[in-house]
Design a protein around this ligand. Structure first.
Ligand SMILES: [Fe+2]
Length: 289
Protein backbone atom coordinates (compact mmCIF):
# COMPACT_ATOMS: atom_id res chain seq x y z
CA UNK A 1 0.00 0.00 0.00
CA UNK A 2 1.18 3.52 -0.76
CA UNK A 3 2.60 5.44 2.19
CA UNK A 4 1.57 9.03 2.83
CA UNK A 5 3.53 9.57 6.04
CA UNK A 6 5.80 12.03 4.23
CA UNK A 7 2.94 14.04 2.72
CA UNK A 8 1.84 15.75 5.96
CA UNK A 9 -1.82 15.67 4.98
CA UNK A 10 -4.29 17.62 7.14
CA UNK A 11 -7.05 15.12 6.25
CA UNK A 12 -7.53 11.38 6.14
CA UNK A 13 -7.09 9.34 2.98
CA UNK A 14 -8.53 5.92 2.27
CA UNK A 15 -6.70 4.08 -0.51
CA UNK A 16 -9.02 2.72 -3.20
CA UNK A 17 -6.64 0.06 -4.54
CA UNK A 18 -3.10 -1.14 -3.80
CA UNK A 19 -1.61 0.96 -6.61
CA UNK A 20 -3.71 4.00 -7.33
CA UNK A 21 -6.66 5.99 -6.10
CA UNK A 22 -7.59 7.37 -2.68
CA UNK A 23 -10.69 8.83 -1.11
CA UNK A 24 -10.17 12.13 0.67
CA UNK A 25 -12.08 12.40 3.92
CA UNK A 26 -12.92 15.59 5.73
CA UNK A 27 -12.50 18.20 3.00
CA UNK A 28 -15.61 19.85 1.56
CA UNK A 29 -15.41 21.09 -2.01
CA UNK A 30 -18.77 22.83 -1.59
CA UNK A 31 -16.88 25.65 0.10
CA UNK A 32 -13.69 27.50 -0.77
CA UNK A 33 -10.63 25.28 -0.44
CA UNK A 34 -7.84 26.97 1.49
CA UNK A 35 -4.36 27.15 -0.03
CA UNK A 36 -3.05 24.85 2.69
CA UNK A 37 -5.72 22.24 1.97
CA UNK A 38 -5.26 22.64 -1.77
CA UNK A 39 -1.51 22.10 -1.57
CA UNK A 40 -2.14 18.94 0.45
CA UNK A 41 -4.76 17.75 -2.06
CA UNK A 42 -2.19 18.36 -4.79
CA UNK A 43 0.44 16.29 -2.99
CA UNK A 44 -2.09 13.47 -2.64
CA UNK A 45 -3.01 13.89 -6.34
CA UNK A 46 0.62 13.36 -7.36
CA UNK A 47 0.98 10.35 -5.06
CA UNK A 48 -2.33 8.57 -5.73
CA UNK A 49 -3.04 9.70 -9.33
CA UNK A 50 -6.82 9.45 -8.74
CA UNK A 51 -8.73 11.16 -5.92
CA UNK A 52 -12.33 10.64 -4.84
CA UNK A 53 -14.40 13.06 -2.76
CA UNK A 54 -17.55 11.72 -1.05
CA UNK A 55 -21.04 12.83 -2.11
CA UNK A 56 -21.99 16.44 -1.54
CA UNK A 57 -23.74 19.17 -3.48
CA UNK A 58 -21.06 20.97 -5.49
CA UNK A 59 -22.52 23.73 -7.70
CA UNK A 60 -20.98 24.31 -11.14
CA UNK A 61 -19.27 27.54 -10.07
CA UNK A 62 -17.55 25.74 -7.18
CA UNK A 63 -16.31 23.00 -9.48
CA UNK A 64 -14.79 25.57 -11.84
CA UNK A 65 -13.23 27.51 -8.95
CA UNK A 66 -11.65 24.32 -7.61
CA UNK A 67 -10.35 23.44 -11.08
CA UNK A 68 -8.77 26.89 -11.39
CA UNK A 69 -6.69 26.17 -8.31
CA UNK A 70 -4.92 23.51 -10.39
CA UNK A 71 -4.27 25.87 -13.29
CA UNK A 72 -5.77 27.17 -16.50
CA UNK A 73 -8.96 25.30 -17.36
CA UNK A 74 -9.48 24.02 -20.89
CA UNK A 75 -12.30 25.45 -23.00
CA UNK A 76 -13.21 22.31 -24.90
CA UNK A 77 -13.44 22.58 -28.69
CA UNK A 78 -16.61 20.44 -28.73
CA UNK A 79 -18.69 23.41 -27.65
CA UNK A 80 -22.04 21.63 -27.93
CA UNK A 81 -21.23 20.06 -24.54
CA UNK A 82 -20.60 23.32 -22.67
CA UNK A 83 -22.78 23.57 -19.61
CA UNK A 84 -24.27 25.74 -16.89
CA UNK A 85 -23.02 29.00 -18.37
CA UNK A 86 -19.38 27.95 -17.91
CA UNK A 87 -17.45 27.17 -21.10
CA UNK A 88 -15.00 25.32 -18.85
CA UNK A 89 -17.68 22.74 -17.99
CA UNK A 90 -18.53 19.88 -20.30
CA UNK A 91 -21.72 17.97 -19.67
CA UNK A 92 -22.39 14.42 -20.76
CA UNK A 93 -26.05 13.52 -20.35
CA UNK A 94 -28.50 11.09 -21.88
CA UNK A 95 -31.57 12.95 -20.61
CA UNK A 96 -34.15 14.83 -22.63
CA UNK A 97 -35.63 18.17 -21.58
CA UNK A 98 -38.04 16.35 -19.25
CA UNK A 99 -35.28 14.41 -17.54
CA UNK A 100 -36.10 11.11 -19.24
CA UNK A 101 -33.51 8.81 -20.85
CA UNK A 102 -33.35 9.67 -24.53
CA UNK A 103 -31.76 6.40 -25.69
CA UNK A 104 -28.59 8.04 -26.98
CA UNK A 105 -25.16 7.73 -25.45
CA UNK A 106 -23.67 11.25 -25.44
CA UNK A 107 -20.10 10.21 -26.37
CA UNK A 108 -19.09 6.63 -27.04
CA UNK A 109 -15.47 7.75 -27.34
CA UNK A 110 -15.40 7.82 -23.55
CA UNK A 111 -15.85 4.03 -23.52
CA UNK A 112 -12.30 3.46 -24.79
CA UNK A 113 -9.12 3.83 -22.74
CA UNK A 114 -7.76 7.33 -23.28
CA UNK A 115 -6.18 10.33 -21.64
CA UNK A 116 -7.92 13.70 -21.79
CA UNK A 117 -6.57 16.36 -24.10
CA UNK A 118 -3.80 14.26 -25.62
CA UNK A 119 -5.00 15.70 -28.96
CA UNK A 120 -3.90 19.15 -27.85
CA UNK A 121 -0.30 20.41 -27.90
CA UNK A 122 -0.66 21.38 -24.24
CA UNK A 123 -2.28 18.27 -22.81
CA UNK A 124 -4.67 17.67 -19.93
CA UNK A 125 -3.37 17.73 -16.37
CA UNK A 126 -6.25 17.11 -13.92
CA UNK A 127 -9.71 16.14 -15.07
CA UNK A 128 -12.40 16.82 -12.48
CA UNK A 129 -15.75 15.07 -12.85
CA UNK A 130 -18.82 15.65 -10.74
CA UNK A 131 -21.48 12.95 -10.90
CA UNK A 132 -24.91 14.61 -10.96
CA UNK A 133 -27.01 11.55 -11.82
CA UNK A 134 -25.62 8.05 -11.88
CA UNK A 135 -27.11 4.84 -13.29
CA UNK A 136 -27.84 1.78 -11.19
CA UNK A 137 -26.11 -0.44 -13.73
CA UNK A 138 -22.99 0.46 -15.71
CA UNK A 139 -21.53 3.90 -16.31
CA UNK A 140 -18.51 3.21 -14.10
CA UNK A 141 -15.17 4.95 -14.58
CA UNK A 142 -12.03 2.83 -14.73
CA UNK A 143 -8.43 4.00 -14.31
CA UNK A 144 -5.16 2.31 -15.15
CA UNK A 145 -1.69 3.28 -14.00
CA UNK A 146 0.61 4.38 -16.81
CA UNK A 147 3.74 4.44 -14.65
CA UNK A 148 3.20 0.75 -14.03
CA UNK A 149 2.33 0.16 -17.67
CA UNK A 150 5.71 1.52 -18.71
CA UNK A 151 7.62 -0.27 -15.96
CA UNK A 152 6.12 -3.62 -16.95
CA UNK A 153 7.25 -3.38 -20.56
CA UNK A 154 10.24 -5.62 -21.16
CA UNK A 155 13.58 -4.20 -22.27
CA UNK A 156 12.83 -5.09 -25.86
CA UNK A 157 9.62 -3.07 -25.88
CA UNK A 158 11.25 -0.16 -24.08
CA UNK A 159 14.02 0.09 -26.66
CA UNK A 160 11.55 -0.38 -29.53
CA UNK A 161 9.43 2.61 -28.49
CA UNK A 162 12.15 4.90 -27.11
CA UNK A 163 11.98 8.20 -28.96
CA UNK A 164 8.84 7.31 -30.95
CA UNK A 165 6.09 9.88 -31.28
CA UNK A 166 2.41 9.26 -31.92
CA UNK A 167 0.04 11.63 -33.68
CA UNK A 168 -3.08 12.26 -31.56
CA UNK A 169 -6.14 13.35 -33.44
CA UNK A 170 -9.54 14.08 -31.90
CA UNK A 171 -11.20 13.95 -35.32
CA UNK A 172 -9.87 10.42 -35.81
CA UNK A 173 -11.08 9.09 -32.45
CA UNK A 174 -14.38 10.98 -32.56
CA UNK A 175 -15.29 9.76 -36.04
CA UNK A 176 -14.21 6.23 -35.25
CA UNK A 177 -16.18 5.93 -32.01
CA UNK A 178 -19.06 8.41 -32.37
CA UNK A 179 -19.22 8.94 -36.11
CA UNK A 180 -22.90 9.89 -36.20
CA UNK A 181 -21.97 13.20 -34.56
CA UNK A 182 -18.60 14.15 -36.04
CA UNK A 183 -16.60 17.30 -35.46
CA UNK A 184 -17.63 20.31 -37.51
CA UNK A 185 -15.22 21.77 -40.05
CA UNK A 186 -14.60 24.67 -37.68
CA UNK A 187 -13.84 22.35 -34.76
CA UNK A 188 -11.44 20.34 -36.91
CA UNK A 189 -9.61 23.48 -37.96
CA UNK A 190 -9.29 24.54 -34.33
CA UNK A 191 -7.78 21.19 -33.31
CA UNK A 192 -5.32 19.91 -35.90
CA UNK A 193 -3.52 16.63 -35.08
CA UNK A 194 -0.45 16.90 -32.83
CA UNK A 195 2.41 14.53 -32.15
CA UNK A 196 3.35 13.51 -28.61
CA UNK A 197 6.03 11.21 -27.18
CA UNK A 198 4.85 7.64 -26.51
CA UNK A 199 6.95 7.63 -23.37
CA UNK A 200 6.62 10.83 -21.39
CA UNK A 201 8.30 11.89 -18.21
CA UNK A 202 5.90 13.23 -15.63
CA UNK A 203 7.01 16.84 -15.13
CA UNK A 204 6.50 16.77 -11.37
CA UNK A 205 7.31 13.24 -10.23
CA UNK A 206 10.05 12.67 -12.82
CA UNK A 207 8.75 9.15 -13.46
CA UNK A 208 8.29 7.73 -16.96
CA UNK A 209 4.84 6.74 -18.19
CA UNK A 210 3.35 5.27 -21.29
CA UNK A 211 1.34 7.95 -23.09
CA UNK A 212 -1.04 6.69 -25.79
CA UNK A 213 -4.75 5.93 -25.60
CA UNK A 214 -7.62 6.09 -28.06
CA UNK A 215 -6.80 9.50 -29.55
CA UNK A 216 -3.44 8.21 -30.82
CA UNK A 217 -3.80 7.58 -34.55
CA UNK A 218 -0.41 6.74 -36.08
CA UNK A 219 3.33 6.81 -35.45
CA UNK A 220 5.53 9.52 -36.92
CA UNK A 221 7.90 8.05 -39.53
CA UNK A 222 6.22 4.63 -39.64
CA UNK A 223 3.85 3.28 -42.32
CA UNK A 224 0.27 4.06 -41.25
CA UNK A 225 -0.92 0.45 -40.84
CA UNK A 226 2.19 -0.54 -38.95
CA UNK A 227 1.78 2.40 -36.58
CA UNK A 228 -1.90 1.60 -36.07
CA UNK A 229 -1.03 -1.98 -35.15
CA UNK A 230 1.66 -0.83 -32.73
CA UNK A 231 -0.71 1.59 -31.01
CA UNK A 232 -3.44 -1.03 -30.66
CA UNK A 233 -0.98 -3.52 -29.25
CA UNK A 234 0.49 -1.08 -26.76
CA UNK A 235 -2.90 0.25 -25.67
CA UNK A 236 -3.92 -3.32 -24.85
CA UNK A 237 -0.60 -4.13 -23.17
CA UNK A 238 -0.87 -1.03 -21.00
CA UNK A 239 -3.86 -2.22 -19.00
CA UNK A 240 -3.09 -4.58 -16.13
CA UNK A 241 -5.97 -5.69 -13.90
CA UNK A 242 -3.82 -5.35 -10.78
CA UNK A 243 -2.87 -1.78 -11.77
CA UNK A 244 -6.46 -0.73 -12.40
CA UNK A 245 -9.06 0.89 -10.19
CA UNK A 246 -12.73 0.53 -11.18
CA UNK A 247 -15.05 3.13 -9.70
CA UNK A 248 -18.77 2.52 -9.25
CA UNK A 249 -20.26 5.97 -8.78
CA UNK A 250 -22.68 7.37 -6.29
CA UNK A 251 -24.42 10.59 -7.30
CA UNK A 252 -22.73 13.64 -5.79
CA UNK A 253 -19.24 12.19 -5.81
CA UNK A 254 -16.37 14.04 -7.41
CA UNK A 255 -13.42 12.26 -8.99
CA UNK A 256 -10.24 13.85 -10.19
CA UNK A 257 -7.22 12.31 -11.80
CA UNK A 258 -3.87 13.04 -13.38
CA UNK A 259 -4.08 12.55 -17.16
CA UNK A 260 -0.31 12.54 -17.42
CA UNK A 261 0.01 9.17 -15.70
CA UNK A 262 -3.35 7.39 -15.95
CA UNK A 263 -5.68 6.34 -18.71
CA UNK A 264 -9.40 6.10 -18.03
CA UNK A 265 -12.59 4.90 -19.64
CA UNK A 266 -16.27 4.79 -18.83
CA UNK A 267 -18.21 1.57 -19.00
CA UNK A 268 -21.39 1.22 -21.01
CA UNK A 269 -24.89 1.68 -19.65
CA UNK A 270 -28.28 1.41 -21.28
CA UNK A 271 -29.09 4.98 -22.37
CA UNK A 272 -32.72 4.01 -23.02
CA UNK A 273 -33.47 2.95 -19.44
CA UNK A 274 -30.68 4.34 -17.23
CA UNK A 275 -29.90 7.97 -16.46
CA UNK A 276 -26.36 9.36 -16.32
CA UNK A 277 -25.31 12.99 -16.12
CA UNK A 278 -21.80 14.14 -15.36
CA UNK A 279 -20.09 17.47 -15.67
CA UNK A 280 -16.39 17.66 -16.04
CA UNK A 281 -13.58 20.06 -16.63
CA UNK A 282 -9.99 19.50 -17.59
CA UNK A 283 -7.11 21.62 -16.43
CA UNK A 284 -4.36 22.33 -18.95
CA UNK A 285 -0.95 20.98 -18.10
CA UNK A 286 2.10 21.28 -20.31
CA UNK A 287 3.64 20.13 -23.57
CA UNK A 288 4.75 16.54 -22.90
CA UNK A 289 8.41 15.65 -22.97
FE1 LIG B 1 -12.00 11.32 -20.74
Amino acid sequence: MISTADLRLPFAVRPLSPTLGAEIEGVSLAEDVSDVDFQAIYRAFLRYQVLLFPPEDIPPARQVAFARQFGEVQIHVMNQYHADGFPELYRLSNLDADGRPNGRHPDRGTLEWHTDGSWSRVTGQATIIYGEVMPDIGGETHFCDMYGAYERLDANWKSRIAGLRAVHNLDFSRTRRHGEDPMTAEQRLARPPVDQPIVRTHPETGRKCLYLGDHAEYIVGMPYAEGRALIEELNALAVHPDLTYEHKWQAGELLLWDNRCVMHRATAYDPATQRRVIRRCTVLGEIPS
